[in-house]
Design a protein around this ligand. Structure first.
Ligand code: 6CS
Ligand code: FE
Length: 311
């Protein structure tokens, strides 16, 4: 059912409608290209079935430590603290997220173009890719609030104009993700169903949704049905662990009630064949740090010299 032509996933509607079966493939590469990359057929099948993959110890501790030192510097950098891409926890001064992180530092930019990662992204999205959005979610001890259940694609489709499900998030833990500090929770198999959400999107919705998301949260009835079917997984693992999750996989995370921060890095890759159009909710486009429209050339892998150059 298309509302605006080309809108295969209508959402932010006036009244509830039936869920929509996904019309996009989960893995977009086919034939030989599907095998050309680090993900084995078993890993591809698992991603196709669940909508996510988990790799503990993806980055070594020395590399993670360098990213953590960068983070510490950001927390003391007034220009970053004041930037629009830095979001604080509701009613507090603690940093909740810093968006556009790959444009803040070469180290983060290089990681987005690490051949180990890019080769996996090409296998999954079946084309050249660019960064749609990057962020760090800090989730500080005791004060880091949670993120309600949602599909990222539902937001990126309605508020950024992302036409099809051909995007993937890479989440790298910069601190241990334990059962106590609000690890990411995912619903296996939920990526195969699009859940239209009710509610008109106000202009500049992101100025509140990044602190606490109200729109784009499925109803209890829909969440119940999806979780009854697929259950909930909350992967835990040491700093350096990687979770790859499909743009339409339902996810959430609880508040951090422990003393230990849960700081995760997120890079979102979009296919160059899935460039953002006008937002399907009808509002003006969100700022580039949320939905990148200007830097959408195909990402080129980092070379050995690049890696040596900035260490
Ligand atoms: O609005 C967005 O783009 C952000 N919101 C959430 C809850 N997850 C994806 C993204 O960071
Ligand atoms: Fe999300």
């Amino acid at each position: 059912m298309e509302t605006r032509s080309g809108d295969f996933y209508p959402t932010r509607l006036e009244r509830p409608v039936e869920n929509v079966e996904r019309i996009d493939p989960v893995i977009h590469s086919t034939g030989k290209d599907r095998q050309k990359g680090p993900l084995s057929e078993a890993e591809l099948a698992s991603y196709e079935r669940d909508g996510f993959l988990v790799f503990n110890n993806f980055l070594d501790q020395a590399t993670v430590q360098k990213f953590r030192e960068d983070l510490r510097a950001y927390e003391d950098d007034e220009s970053i603290l004041q930037s629009e891409g830095t979001i604080t926890e509701p009613g507090k001064q603690e940093i909740r997220s810093i968006f556009g992180i790959h444009e803040l530092s070469e180290r983060f930019d290089r990681l987005t173009r690490d051949p180990k990662i890019l080769d996996m992204v090409h296998q999954l999205l079946g084309s050249d890719v660019y960064i749609h959005q990057s962020r760090i979610n800090f989730k500080p001890g005791f004060h880091g609030k949670g993120f309600d259940w949602h599909s990222d694609f539902e937001t990126w489709h309605s508020e950024d104009g992302m036409p099809r499900m051909r995007s993937v998030s890479f989440s790298i833990a910069l601190t241990d993700n334990t059962p106590f500090n609000g690890p990411l929770m995912l619903v296996p198999g939920s990526h195969k169903t699009f859940i239209p959400c009710v509610g008109r999107t106000p202009e500049d919705n992101y100025q509140s949704s990044l602190k606490k998301q109200e729109l784009g949260v499925p109803s209890d009835k829909d969440l119940n049905r999806m979780i009854e079917q697929g259950g909930i997984k909350a992967p835990t693992g040491p700093a350096g662990s990687l979770i790859i999750f499909e743009c339409n996989t339902l996810h959430a995370s609880n508040a951090n009630m422990s003393p230990w921060p849960r700081s995760n890095l997120f890079f979102v890759y979009n296919s160059v064949e899935n460039q953002l159009e006008q937002p399907f909710c009808g509002n003006k486009p969100r700022p580039d740090f949320l939905g990148n429209r200007t830097n959408t050339e195909a990402l080129r892998p980092v070379t050995e010299t690049d890696m040596r150059r900035t260490g």
